[in-house]
Write a protein that binds this ligand. Structure first.
Ligand SMILES: Cc1ncc(COP(=O)(O)O)c(C=O)c1O
Length: 419
């Protein structure tokens, strides 16, 4: 069979939905400056779908530093991989400052979070070792596991009793192979918004010998007294052996890092293949990330503002009878009941975007159970109380229409035509 023909027969879990698209659900184009009010298909929408938690994407000081650094350095410098010709004092400075910020001895930059953490996992384990991981870990961790030649055991999301069982199995196996154990969880889970149960996981180190890798993409900058993340929030930062975060969320940039004890970070510098064999981060990103980190440290009001908005919208949803699940972070899922499948959910989101000018992400089966439509709200430090009020009103409106079955009918204004 022709390879391309085969591909087109099965377009994949997301590609199969392309038929209802007109850059509306998939690959939408939000235009204008990154702020709560942006332009979508020519109309102003109130946007709740950007991980710009601290509002840094369009912060004037950041924009200026980014632009100045681009003018001074261009995107080329430094050319080559870090180990060869791609190093600079600024890259090293950013690593030192990141390590300090998350209270670790050393840090190492990664060009991207996704490829970076996959490669870190690859560098941490060999076929003798066992990985134990949370069932809801992000796709980048799952892809890291796919490269692992040894055993991996999964535990149901945050189920510590089950994690213990997996650790017993892992210990038995590693006694035979002579390998070690790596546990991987997230600091804040990006769908449910709940934190990885780091405190209990770290407590298991009393009983079992394992190392803990935490992907804190959504916790960095948003959780903990200083913004150092979910480990700081739960008082167990020391128990995290390898701390990971991307710059793609609170830092509103590109790149990522890991932090941990110096000997291990040094070891990883020579063994993380996605960094050894790739050009290093361009200078404007390094200078821009240094500035972002400075603002994280010097402007606690950014996180305070974020949490004001988080508390206002989460309280507003709860007071109005919405189910927002078990979130403990800014990530705010809103679970609605809708048995009408994708068609109904898509009609509802179209109404929300076209007629109420609210833009947020929709998540349906198989990510959530059948009959559930999840709308995900990402509050930021630059949203306002008015934005919150407007959104709760719009959600009350669509919830009522959903319950009345209005989104099952074709002909809702602006509704999709396909079924
Ligand atoms: C939990 C988590 N880890 C890793 C990543 C990947 O990071 P990046 O966007 O830097 O590739 C993401 C998404 O950005 C994420 O949500």
């Amino acid at each position: 069979m022709d390879l391309f023909e085969k591909l087109l027969q099965d377009k994949g879990p997301l590609g199969q939905h392309a038929y209802i698209d007109d850059n509306f659900y998939m690959f939408p184009k939000l235009e204008g400056e990154i702020k709560p009010r942006m332009t979508f298909k020519g109309k102003e929408v109130l946007t709740w779908s950007l991980n710009n938690y601290l509002g840094l994407a369009n912060h004037p000081e950041i924009r200026k530093v980014d632009a100045d650094a681009a003018a001074e350095w261009g995107l080329g410098y430094p050319m080559g991989a870090r180990m060869m010709t791609g190093n600079s004092v600024h890259h090293e400075q950013l690593e030192r400052e990141l390590a300090d910020f998350v209270s670790k001895e050393d840090a190492m930059l990664l060009n991207f979070g996704y490829q970076g953490i996959m490669s870190v996992i690859d560098a941490l384990v060999d076929r003798k070792d066992v990985i134990v991981y949370d069932a809801e870990d992000h796709a980048c961790i799952i892809d890291g596991l796919r490269m692992h030649m040894g055993k991996r055991f999964v535990y149901p999301h945050n189920d510590i009793d089950n994690l213990q069982k997996q650790l017993v199995r892992a210990e038995k196996l590693t006694k035979e192979t002579g390998g070690g154990i790596l546990v991987i969880t997230e600091g804040v889970f990006g769908m449910s918004g709940n934190m990885g149960n780091l405190k209990d996981i770290v407590a298991l180190k009393e009983k079992f010998n394992f190392r803990l890798l935490v992907d804190d993409a959504h916790g960095f900058g948003t959780m903990g007294a200083s913004g150092a993340g979910a480990g700081e929030e739960q008082g167990v930062q020391d128990g995290i052996d390898i701390y990971f975060s991307t710059f793609a969320k609170s830092m509103a940039s590109i790149g990522a890092f890991i932090a941990g004890e110096k000997t291990i970070i040094d070891h990883l510098r020579y063994n993380v293949r996605s960094q050894i064999f790739a050009k290093s981060l361009p200078m404007p990103l390094v200078i821009g990330n240094l500035k972002r980190l400075e603002l994280l440290r010097s402007k606690p009001e950014l996180k305070e503002n974020l949490w004001k908005v988080v508390n206002a919208i989460q309280t507003g949803f709860k007071e109005n009878g919405f189910n927002i699940g078990t979130t403990q972070s800014p990530v705010t899922p809103v679970f609605l009941h809708g048995d009408g499948g994708l068609y109904e959910a898509a009609n509802m989101v179209k109404d929300l975007r076209n007629n109420m000018n609210i833009f947020c992400s929709m998540i349906v089966y198989p990510v959530v159970p059948k009959g559930v439509i999840m709308l995900r709200i990402i509050p930021t430090a630059v949203h306002t109380q008015d934005d919150v009020t407007e959104t709760i009103e719009a959600f009350k409106n669509i919830k009522g229409k959903l319950a009345a079955g209005e989104y099952r009918k074709a002909g809702v204004e602006g509704a999709i035509v396909h079924n």
